[in-house]
Design a protein around this ligand. Sequence first.
Ligand SMILES: Cc1cc2nc3c(=O)[nH]c(=O)nc-3n(C[C@H](O)[C@H](O)[C@H](O)COP(=O)(O)OP(=O)(O)OC[C@H]3O[C@@H](n4cnc5c(N)ncnc54)[C@H](O)[C@@H]3O)c2cc1C
Length: 434
Amino acid sequence: MPERCEVAIVGAGPAGISAACILADHGVQTVVLERGEFPGAKNISGGVLYGHDLARILPDFAEQGCPVERNIVESRIWYASNEGGYSLSYRDRIFEEEKRHNVFSVARARFDRWFADQAGRKGALIVCSTVVTDLLRDEKGRVRGVRTDRPEGDLEADVVLLADGINSPLAAQTGFRPEPDPGHVALAVKEIIELSEETVNERFNVSQGDGVTIEILGGVTQGMNGVGALYTNKKSLSLVIGGNLQDFADLKLKPYELMESFKGHPMVKPLIRDGEPREYMAHWLPEAGYEHLPKLCGDGFLIAGDSGFLFNALHREGSNMAMVSGELAARTILEARQAGDFSRAKLEDYPGRLEDSFILKDLKKYRRFPGFLQKHKELFTVVPELSRMAGREMLSVDGVPKKAKQQAIWKRIKRQLSVIGLLRLLFAGIRSVK
Ligand SMILES: Cc1cc2nc3c(=O)[nH]c(=O)nc-3n(C[C@H](O)[C@H](O)[C@H](O)COP(=O)(O)OP(=O)(O)OC[C@H]3O[C@@H](n4cnc5c(N)ncnc54)[C@H](O)[C@@H]3O)c2cc1C
């Protein structure tokens, strides 16, 4: 590792590597420090990436051998109780025929490694098995580099980009980003279930190379504000389930028990039948939303990706926000470099660029959504049960007239939720996403 560089980036995830690619393209001496043995070794994701945002960094990513698992051609949403559920799905011919890689699944361990290789080819230096333990500061408190756990220790830099993910003691050290509040973080567990390629194709009704995503809301999180997901990979499925960290504590739920009950759900079980469990991982996700975003730059440093809480909890978009925030941080650094000024005043262009991009526009639009879910726990308890009862009642052919069934359903809804409660829920739901 050199003693000095122009830009030190902490973390070789999508945010850090995107920034490294842009900076290296412009001939900036860039060092990326990664605690994992290789980029991706410590990373977890449900495994969906977005072509539009990756193409901002690497326009020819598909031709460059990006390790795509499956091109997603169909998105399903389930609203489920513990015994069944409703399914809504959308498939589009264009995604099948044009293979435009609008959304695609990846194995992050492979993808991150490949992505970092691209940055390395452009000239960035990727230093793995290295933990950044501290920020170096000058006498005025400006960040001027990082301290690492390597024998040679410190790396001086004109500017530091913190792209070290949600669990970032370094970002907390800047004094700009507080430690995440348990109510603003989700804990997600992921399991990979191995199946043959043909089995995945058959079970999800897709051709070779095509895939499906399923997002599952309702009772599967056992009363917690959370979500489950199932994504198709080439020869495996990614199962993800998670919920608010505070809810885990309050309800005394254990992540592995939640995963086991998720795997036994009647809509999930047939899809994973005879599969071999391969990997099990747990990770935090930032769900604070727009109202709780930290300051994203200061004298000599910027914060990108999960480390800056840039995550869209409704659309489950994080990797694209990481890539684009990394890119925008890099473009800000390029201008600051030209001006020879890495002060906070100059780096403030970065939050401005984020405001102009889809990142803060989307987070602002959905600013009420995290609070809505946290406040309306009935969405994960009473409502899935009432929906199950309504679905089961209307689809049971048992000689009872339909009108009597509707009256019974309506009576139960009024008893358990009340008409006012239902209207409030509807109104708050619409308001949280409008
Ligand atoms: C279960 C799960 C499912 C998800 N599914 C999706 C999905 O389908 N689609 C989507 O878009 N997003 C998804 N996300 C979110 C997505 O994974 C993140 O938003 C994205 O990875 C953030 O990228 P990042 O570069 O900011 O951080 P990370 O990917 O977390 O990368 C940070 C890197 O920094 C390194 N690091 C940390 N601390 C240090 C240190 N002190 N020194 C050196 N290195 C350090 C880490 O090892 C890591 O490599 C999911 C997340 C989880 C947990």
